[in-house]
Design a protein. Structure first.
Length: 76
């Protein structure tokens, strides 16, 4: 028997470290921080999970997807 659907709230928040040419975002699922994304203008996005694992992706959207997949993998 399958589990019922749960409501999940996903938020992307800017951090105070943002400045011209540098972007830092934190990703939250149900008010739990699951990782952050950092990008220097013109370079790849660095994705960091809560466990400290870092990887590079081409876009912020890819980074968000990667963090959500990683979160789902370890929550099941």
């Amino acid at each position: 028997m399958a589990k019922g659907n749960k409501k999940i709230q996903v938020e992307v928040k800017e951090t105070p470290n943002n400045k011209e040419g540098f972007t830092e975002l934190e990703l939250y699922v149900n008010d739990e921080k699951i990782g952050k994304l950092q990008q220097v203008e013109g370079q790849s996005v660095i994705v960091t999970t809560n466990s400290g694992t870092e990887s590079k992706v081409k876009t912020v959207d890819e980074g968000v997807n990667k963090l959500i997949m990683e979160y789902n993998l370890h929550q099941i």
